[in-house]
Design a protein around this ligand. Structure first.
Ligand SMILES: [Zn+2]
Length: 405
């Protein structure tokens, strides 16, 4: 069994990039997280459970947005790849790209009108312009070009590494039920899917392959090819890869989690709703609801709760809601949930001792009551290992946040 190891980070608020003009961020810290974690190692199974409860990762950094108190709630969205039907627009994108690769046709000329729908098979069409050439290599300057050209951000090669290369996901063998096809990946984990044209890297898609889905982490492309909608093309390719993995004998892998989140309040991010049938994760029950049935609630509220519509909220989060987020005690988890979490209690050279979270909290509370030095001892270790937690209460709160979220 692969242990998943994480270092706690306190809940925090940050500025938002969805409700400001392009390239700008909100003036106030109006986007809030419910919990965050610096993951040292995650098994694909544990990370799958996390993203099914609204978490995402950026490098090793994992976070779960607090939708109720954020200006632009971020909903996890997944596409059912087995039932996916490409739209006319999607077919056009694939055909245009294939024509460009095979015949050098320019995107701007709009040739071959009307032929895009004739006998279209997404699976064969999507592979038509591909070839595979060995090891993936990522070039930071491509990313810099993308970030400065498209997002107007300044970045560094180190920032690129931390954001898009480093991963906490442990590579685990995919247990195919049938003989594995050569071009399919052998392991769950993080991949860079590189798009090259005549040897030149023109786009990179960062994806995680997990037991139930392909989760797209990030996509970046060369601005020279903007006219070919490479972001949408990559989503179609990832959809086909998920479909192929399922067909090759990974029965539970049936979904594509579209990059990051669905943001209904941001017109630019609504394109994720173009893929049908897709589902949104309910922010309170973590059940999945068809996007089509969520539309009305989303358009009438800032915060939409699909499982309990009466809990939906209109208008920006007021001071009460923000205060509630900042000062509320975290929900106490069930005892059995704590049994699955271990806390490092002692480090002696290369020996690391762990105890269950239950035992840890029990000892901490007993220590606090009797005034023994145990409290001091364990909190010293905790603050060594967990630089963001300085007291028992903070540590307990963090643990509760993490487990109940
Ligand atoms: Zn916002």
């Amino acid at each position: 069994m692969v242990l998943s190891v994480g270092q706690p980070i306190d809940r925090y608020a940050s500025s938002c990039g969805y409700c400001s003009p392009p390239g700008e961020r909100s003036k106030t810290d109006s986007s809030r997280t419910a919990a965050a974690l610096n993951a040292l190692q995650l098994s694909p199974e544990v990370y799958q459970k996390m993203i099914n409860r609204g978490w995402r990762r950026s490098g090793r950094f994992c976070y779960k947005p607090h939708l109720r108190s954020s200006c632009c709630p971020l909903y996890t969205i997944k596409l059912d790849v087995l039932s996916f039907k490409p739209s006319k627009h999607h077919k056009k994108i694939v055909n245009r790209w294939n024509r460009f690769i095979q015949h050098g046709d320019d995107a701007s000329t709009g040739k071959q009108k009307g032929k895009d729908n004739a006998r279209f098979d997404l699976r064969s069409s999507i592979h038509a312009s591909e070839f595979r050439d060995g090891q993936d290599q990522v070039f930071a300057h491509r990313f810099e070009k993308y970030q400065t050209g498209i997002h107007h951000d300044n970045t560094t090669p180190q920032g690129f590494r931390n954001f898009l290369v480093v991963t906490p996901l442990h590579q685990e063998h995919i247990p195919y039920l049938s003989p594995q096809s050569n071009h399919l990946p052998t392991h769950y984990g993080s991949y860079h899917w590189c798009y090259r044209l005549d040897g030149k890297l023109i786009a990179i898609s960062v994806i995680d392959i997990l037991p139930e889905c392909i989760s797209s982490v990030y996509f970046m492309y060369d601005k020279d090819y903007e006219a070919y909608s490479l972001g949408k093309l990559s989503a179609l390719k990832e959809n086909i890869l998920a479909h192929e993995l399922h067909t090759a004998g990974v029965p539970f892998l049936k979904y594509l989690y579209l990059g990051c989140y669905y943001v209904h309040s941001c017109q630019k991010m609504r394109y994720k709703g173009e893929y049908h049938p897709s589902y949104l994760c309910d922010p309170e029950s973590f059940e999945w609801y068809p996007l089509a049935t969520c539309a009305e609630l989303l358009s009438q509220h800032r915060y939409a709760c699909f499982s309990r519509p009466e809990r939906s909220l209109r208008g920006d989060p007021g001071p009460e809601l923000v205060q509630d987020f900042e000062w509320s005690d975290p929900q106490e988890p069930e005892e059995r949930a704590l049994e699955h979490i271990s806390v490092i209690s002692e480090v002696d050279g290369s020996q690391i001792s762990v105890i269950t979270a239950n035992a840890c909290l029990f000892l901490l509370h007993r220590g606090a009551r009797s005034g023994s030095c145990f409290e001091h001892h364990i909190s010293a270790l905790i603050s060594d290992l967990r630089s963001y937690s300085h007291s028992i209460h903070e540590f307990r709160d963090f643990l509760y946040d993490l487990i109940t979220n």
